[in-house]
Design a protein. Structure first.
Length: 528
């Protein structure tokens, strides 16, 4: 199945053009594009080296006899496999080395944004424990069935670097923060969730402590601005965010006041007036570019306070409309950043309907929306409340750092967003750790290699029309569906790796969001 899809891609690549460019030292837009596609396949660490060897042999035989190619392959296969697992270069950068810097034409980004989401640090994680202890969340000291040593660890036991069934240990966080190229980052989107999923044991002190640990990491590694967002796992009980009018012990005011202290070096003074009301605020990073931070916990059907005020808690949507109108008047383009993605699965119908009306009204002003929460590498496409064939916007849902999921194995990951000075997205790159490999080689320090580029792999220019075209490809062509699904799970080893009919139906249903009152709320299945 994998090899069939790969060779289907390679059928579209003009190999001879690449070879001519390499031999003559001449690169064109055609040879660069062909090279980027080919290198994207060869340097994908998720494709077995046996398949890569077959590809290289086919290319080599265009120039040399087969026995010569096989001889070269025997010599170069091992170092090639090592390089492709450890390089941090993108396909375009490799092609620039091979064919010349012309292959980087148009690649320069004015802004590089790190997106971290759903870290879910578990400071009480214990390796070698059974992650299926009978409770909703395990991998703790009180678990039974602990194995004797690391060599016995497989997917059924908690490894040194984490488990597909639990949140990540501090050792994983040490490795993550040390692996990021902080010098290249201009600012950070940190879209929430820092505590583990043993939510029945949550305490206010515990969630605030975990938040401070992540802040300490950020301060240790960078002095860049962090755009911080409230996840549903920062409040106690989990997911509860009260309106401002609620006072006393049940109020969420304690959380906003505490985060005002923790995030003080990043929050502008003018943001505090709305931040202390409901955890939402705005920030102008550069002239002509505005970031609007939402507290989308106020849309959640799982927030018990939603049943107290379901329409527009703390006036956030009205404020959003006004901020977008100010941006439109000033000629600014906008990124919207939040935790829970507005969609039919998570949000109340009235909140979602009004949000989508605002997105449609300012569709020329909003150039990017970024969320987390689901733990998957996916996106949302928004269609008009009045016409479900009219695309009005899209949202990028970044993959989680945590590997925890109730159904699928997920490799830990983070995102690099590249955009122009005005915020228009140029590309989005994903970096991921192979958790199974890390646990099977406990003496080796894991790396977080480049996984894929959305612009290259999906031929994406990050417009509404491009996302609409992409979902049509997923619906009509099984190759595109499986390509998307492999990234959805970060190429994790899983018996459910193949996306069947039920999987396809769920994915498409989640991605496409239209009129909330004609499309009923979907079952809430994400662990968040």
């Amino acid at each position: 199945m994998i090899s069939h899809h790969i060779f289907k891609v390679l059928d579209l690549v003009d190999i001879q053009t690449i070879l001519n460019g390499a031999q003559k030292g001449v690169s064109t837009s055609v040879s660069c594009k062909a090279c980027t596609t080919l290198i994207g396949v060869i340097f994908s660490k998720w494709i077995p080296i046996t398949i890569i060897a077959n590809i290289i042999t086919q290319i080599c035989t265009l120039i040399y006899a087969k026995y010569v190619c096989e001889g070269y392959l025997n010599l170069f296969k091992a170092p090639l496999d090592e390089v492709r697992h450890k390089t941090r270069l993108t396909a375009s950068e490799i092609c620039a080395i091979l064919l010349g810097n012309q292959c980087l034409a148009g690649e320069a980004s004015n802004n590089v944004i790190l997106h971290l989401t759903d870290i879910h640090l578990d400071t009480d994680y214990v390796p070698l424990t059974d992650p299926n202890c009978g409770a909703p969340y395990c991998c703790r000291h009180n678990n039974n069935n602990k194995v004797e040593n690391q060599s016995q660890v497989n997917d059924k036991y908690a490894g040194l670097w984490g488990s597909y069934h639990c949140d990540g240990p501090k050792k994983l966080m040490d490795n993550l923060f040390a692996s990021i190229d902080w010098q290249s980052i201009d600012w950070i989107y940190w879209t929430g969730d820092v505590t583990p999923h043993n939510t029945w044991e949550d305490t206010r002190d515990g969630t605030i402590r975990n938040s401070q640990i992540i802040i300490d990491y950020l301060k240790m590694f960078t002095n860049k601005t962090v755009i911080s967002v409230f996840g549903n796992h920062i409040s106690v009980p989990v997911g509860t965010f009260s309106p401002k009018k609620i006072t006393g012990k049940l109020s969420t005011t304690y959380l906003y006041e505490e985060m005002t202290k923790q995030w003080s070096q990043w929050l502008p003074t003018e943001a505090l007036s709305t931040f202390l009301i409901g955890g939402y605020y705005t920030m102008i990073i550069k002239p002509g570019f505005k970031i609007i931070v939402l507290n989308t916990n106020y849309c959640s059907r799982l927030n018990i306070w939603t049943y107290y005020d379901p329409i527009d808690p703390d006036n956030q949507l009205n404020w959003l409309y006004n901020e977008l109108e100010l941006a439109e008047t000033a000629g600014q383009l906008v990124h919207i950043v939040g935790h829970i993605p507005p969609d039919n699965r998570e949000c109340t119908q009235s909140w979602l309907y009004n949000y989508m009306a605002i997105v449609e009204r300012f569709s020329d002003t909003i150039v990017g929306q970024f969320f987390g929460h689901t733990h998957y590498d996916e996106f949302r496409i928004y269609y008009s409340n009045n016409d479900c064939n009219k695309v009005i916007g899209f949202a990028i849902l970044s993959p989680s750092v945590t590997s925890f999921d109730a159904l699928l194995n997920l490799n830990p990951a983070y995102r690099i967003i590249k955009c122009y000075e005005n915020g228009v997205i140029q590309d989005i790159d994903t970096y991921a750790m192979d958790l199974r490999r890390a646990n099977s080689e406990p003496d080796r320090t894991p790396d977080w290699p480049f996984e894929y580029s959305m612009a290259n792999d999906y031929s994406m220019r990050f417009t509404n029309r491009d996302f609409d075209r992409h979902i049509e490809n997923i619906k009509r062509d099984n190759y595109y569906l499986q390509l998307f699904y492999s990234r959805y799970t970060r190429f994790s080893i899983n018996e459910n790796q193949y996306c069947n009919t039920d999987c396809k139906t769920k994915i498409i249903s989640d991605i496409m969001t239209c009129n909330a009152f004609t499309n009923y709320p979907k079952p809430i299945t994400s662990v968040g």
